[in-house]
Design a binder for this molecule. Structure first.
Ligand SMILES: Nc1ncnc2c1ncn2[C@@H]1O[C@H](COP(=O)(O)OP(=O)(O)O)[C@@H](O)[C@H]1O
Ligand SMILES: [Mg+2]
Length: 380
């Protein structure tokens, strides 16, 4: 047996990461693909000896499942089938449709760091961050405040406006305003924003429920469609602009850092759900071919946007850039951006010299740093 010096630190062994994916969200399927990429990063190169990963799957009903089902879902790359769920429920002694606390799946207690890879409502919005905070366990990404403010387009826009960041003109609407005569509301929006304008439910993502209105009839129809999904609605002046994106990481001991910019180019009037998820309808250009001062302005704005909503760890910040006027507007922040092998977030970092292995290591090793900082402030 090799002699061990009494002063040498005991080898702590690999850190156990709890990778949580799926979720009760319209972006459930994308989350599975994102988690597969994060898992690949956790298992590549030196990460293979740094980390050991236990996977947890949240089904579309919000139930948590341990590695037996989670690993199957990851390898099949599609949501759990009704048959798989029925079998899992039976094995857990639960009845179909059961909700609430049925205990965490086996393996959860051993997790040292949680890595939520959940997009949209019930995961990107502060909910799971609240659970981890309550349990006093470190997790990757923004805390409750950054996640919640970043998710809700009304709150996000208010935070950006308070920070003096440029945005296209917009108005907030509450679904209740549509219940009585919508005439005065429609008139106000027409006067404030004109046509075309974009109607957005505040809390969805992936362009779900978003519509472009070119007339009063379309505006009213768009508002009613959005109101069916979310009581909080944002209406924005439509602009003709290129769509740029910037990845951000850091915010704890490491300063917030911005990647090179990417551009989303697509074959459609706007980047709607169908265009986003149809093969061959869109492509990315990295680095974005824009003048250097625009790129620098966007990168600085991406960091300012993170500070404005208190986003940390990772975020993707999206912009509209008008070549005609030179305007650069902030569109939105995503605090748990798509992380599939074709997603902008990992691709922007790869183009900035940070490969998947290094990126995932940085995200996990920075987890929870800011949770312990007295003022919770990023250092840069
Ligand atoms: N004000 C706007 N002017 C022009 N296009 C817009 C505007 N707002 C949204 N869009 C189009 O709609 C897409 C989705 O809007 P976005 O606010 O990014 O929602 P999501 O959070 O669902 O991605 C954008 O990528 C863009 O193509
Ligand atoms: Mg978007």
């Amino acid at each position: 047996m090799p002699e061990v010096s009494p002063t040498a630190p005991a080898n702590p062994g690999p850190v156990r990461v709890g990778l949580v994916f799926g979720g009760a969200s319209g972006e459930h399927a994308v989350s599975i693909r994102s988690a597969a990429t994060v898992l690949r990063g956790l298992r590549s190169g030196a990460n293979a000896s740094r980390y050991t990963t236990t996977c947890f799957y949240i089904d579309t009903e919000g139930r948590w499942w341990g590695p037996a089902l989670a690993d199957a879902v990851l390898s099949q790359a599609t949501p759990a089938s009704p048959e798989q769920l029925a079998a899992a429920l039976q094995q857990a002694g639960l009845s179909c449709g059961s909700r609430g606390l049925s205990g965490f799946p086996a393996g959860a207690r051993e997790v040292a760091v949680w890595f939520p890879v959940l997009h949209g409502p019930n995961g990107e919005d502060g909910t799971i961050q609240g659970l981890f905070t309550l349990m006093q366990v470190p997790f990757v990404g923004s805390g409750v405040l950054g996640s919640a403010v970043g998710m809700d387009k009304q709150a996000m826009k208010a935070a950006f406006a308070a920070a003096g960041l440029p945005q296209v003109p917009y108005a907030c609407v509450n679904a209740a305003e549509l219940r009585s005569d919508p005439g005065p509301l429609l008139e106000r929006l027409e006067q404030q924003l004109g046509y075309p304008c974009f109607v957005k439910p505040a809390n969805l993502g992936s362009s779900v429920g978003i519509s472009k209105a070119r007339s009063r009839a379309e505006l009213e129809a768009g508002l009613r469609a959005a109101a069916a999904l979310d009581p909080r609605i944002v209406v924005e002046q439509g602009v003709t602009a290129r769509e740029l994106e910037c990845a951000v990481k850091g915010g704890g001991a490491a300063p917030l850092q911005a990647s090179v910019l990417g551009e989303i180019c697509f074959d459609a009037d706007w980047y709607d759900y169908e265009t986003k998820y149809s093969e061959g309808r869109s492509h990315t250009v990295i680095p974005a071919q824009v003048p250097a001062p625009i790129s620098e302005r966007a990168r600085a704005m991406a960091i300012a946007a993170c500070r404005a909503v208190h986003a940390q760890g990772l975020a993707r910040v999206d912009f509209f850039y008008s070549e005609a006027s030179g305007d650069l507007w902030l569109n939105e922040i995503n605090t748990l951006p798509g992380f599939t092998s074709q997603s902008m977030y990992p691709m922007l970092w790869a183009a900035s010299g940070v490969d998947l292995e290094a990126l995932v290591h940085e995200l996990v090793s920075g987890a929870g740093e800011w949770q312990n900082l007295p003022d919770g402030e990023p250092t840069a």
